[in-house]
Design a protein around this ligand. Structure first.
Ligand code: ATP
Ligand code: MG
Length: 313
C-alpha cells in the first residue's frame, strides 16, 4: 500500500513537473493544441511505467546485493535446508515456500524446493503451469529418498514444503534442516496451536542432540494472512501478538499479509512477477512484503552461518 502510494506520489510529482515544463515550451512556441496534449499524456504514462519498473528492479538489486554479501555461498558449501512446517493444515506453508523460493530464484540465487506433501502442490504448480522461473522443484519426496535427494543438491537454498500433519517424513525433514519456518495463521485457534509445531521442532532437536550435543534446529514463527499494512488491526490480533511476545516465541518481524496476489500465484501457476497488474491489483505492495521477508530470512540465515564459522567476518 505504502510503496504503491509512494510510486503514485512520485508519478504525480513528475506529472506536475512535466506539465509545467511542457506548458512553458508550448507557451513559447504556439498555443497548446490537441497533439501537444496527447504527447504530454503519452510522456506521463511512459514515466509512470518506467517508475514502476525501476522500483521493482531496484528491489531485486537490493536482494542480489544481500545475496552477494552473504557468507552463504556454494564456495563455503553451506546450503541452508529450510523446512516449512506446521502440522496444522492450511497454515500457509506452500504459499510461503513458493513466494520465498521464486523471489530468491528471480534475484539470481539457485533455489530448489523439495515437495514433501503427498498432494504435491508445488510440483503441480511447476509441471502444469507455464512459469519460466529458474526454480527447481523435486517431487515425490518420501522418508526413503529424502536423504539421497538432499545429498545430491548443491543449490544456495533448499526449501522443503511439508504436509499439514505429523508424520515420519515431517520429523525426518525437520531433523535434516538448518532452519525451520513455522507459518501460523493470524487466528486465535491457530496461534494457540502453534505450540504443537514448535514442540515438533524441539523434539527433533532433542533426538539429534543424543548423537551431537551441539546440534540446534533454529526456527521462527511466521504470522500469515495478517491484515495488510494500513488496514485496521483488530484487538484480537493485537492480543495474539502479545501472547507470542509473552511466550518469547522466536518470530519473524515481518508477517505475510492476506493478499489476492498470493492466492493468484497458485490459481494462475505463475510467479508474482509473471502475474502482471492485469491479473491482480496491488502487486507493488505484495512484492514489498515478500522483499522484506526474504531480506529478514537471508539475514537470519547469515547469522546461523556466522555461528558455524565464528572466526570469520
Ligand atoms: N498470505 C495469504 N494471502 C492470501 N491467501 C493465502 C495466504 N496464505 C495462504 N493463503 C491461502 O490459504 C489456503 C491455504 O494455504 P496453503 O496451501 O499455503 O497452506 P498449507 O499450510 O500449505 O496447507 P496444507 O497443510 O494443506 O499443505 C490457500 O487457499 C492459499 O491460497
Ligand atoms: Mg501445503
Amino acid at each position: 500500500m505504502e510503496a504503491t502510494s509512494d510510486v503514485a506520489g512520485k508519478s504525480l510529482e513528475l506529472w506536475h513537473v512535466l506539465a509545467i515544463t511542457l506548458a512553458g515550451v508550448r507557451h513559447r512556441e504556439t498555443s497548446c493544441d490537441g497533439l501537444a496534449a496527447t504527447k504530454l499524456v503519452t510522456l506521463c504514462i511512459l514515466h509512470v511505467a518506467v517508475e514502476n519498473i525501476a522500483a521493482i528492479y531496484l528491489r531485486h538489486c537490493d536482494i542480489v546485493a544481500i545475496l552477494q554479501r552473504q557468507t552463504i555461498s556454494q564456495e563455503r558449501e553451506f546450503m541452508p535446508v529450510i523446512a516449512v512446517s506446521n502440522p496444522k493444515g492450511g497454515a500457509g506453508k506452500s504459499t510461503t515456500t513458493l513466494l520465498l523460493a521464486t523471489y530468491l530464484a528471480q534475484s539470481g540465487a539457485s533455489v530448489c524446493v523439495l515437495d514433501a506433501d503427498p498432494n504435491q502442490p508445488i510440483m503441480d504448480w511447476k509441471t502444469n503451469g507455464l512459469s519460466k522461473t529458474t526454480l527447481k522443484v523435486i517431487g515425490g519426496i518420501k522418508e526413503s529418498n529424502l536423504m539421497e535427494v538432499l545429498d545430491a543438491q548443491n543449490d544456495q537454498f533448499v526449501f522443503i514444503d511439508l504436509e499439514g500433519t505429523a508424520s515420519v517424513l515431517v520429523s525426518r525433514s525437520i531433523a535434516m534442516s538448518d532452519f525451520v519456518i513455522i507459518p501460523v495463521q493470524a487466528s486465535a485457534v491457530d496461534v494457540r496451536q502453534a505450540g504443537k509445531a514448535i514442540r515438533a521442532v524441539k523434539d527433533e532437536e532433542k533426538v539429534a542432540q543424543r548423537s551431537n550435543m551441539l546440534r540446534k534446529i533454529p526456527y521462527r514463527v511466521l504470522m500469515t494472512r495478517t491484515p495488510a499494512p494500513g488496514a485496521p488491526v483488530s484487538s484480537v490480533q493485537r492480543q495474539l501478538e502479545t501472547e507470542l511476545v509473552d511466550a518469547k516465541v522466536p518470530r519473524f518481524r515481518t508477517s505475510l499479509a492476506e493478499r489476492l496476489a498470493y492466492k493468484a500465484i497458485f490459481v494462475e501457476r505463475l510467479t508474482l512477477a509473471e502475474l502482471g497488474e492485469h491479473k491482480v491489483g496491488n502487486l507493488e505492495a505484495a512484492y514489498q512484503n515478500i522483499h522484506e521477508l526474504v531480506e529478514e530470512l537471508v539475514e537470519t540465515l547469515r547469522g546461523l552461518d556466522r555461528k558455524r564459522y565464528p572466526n570469520e567476518q
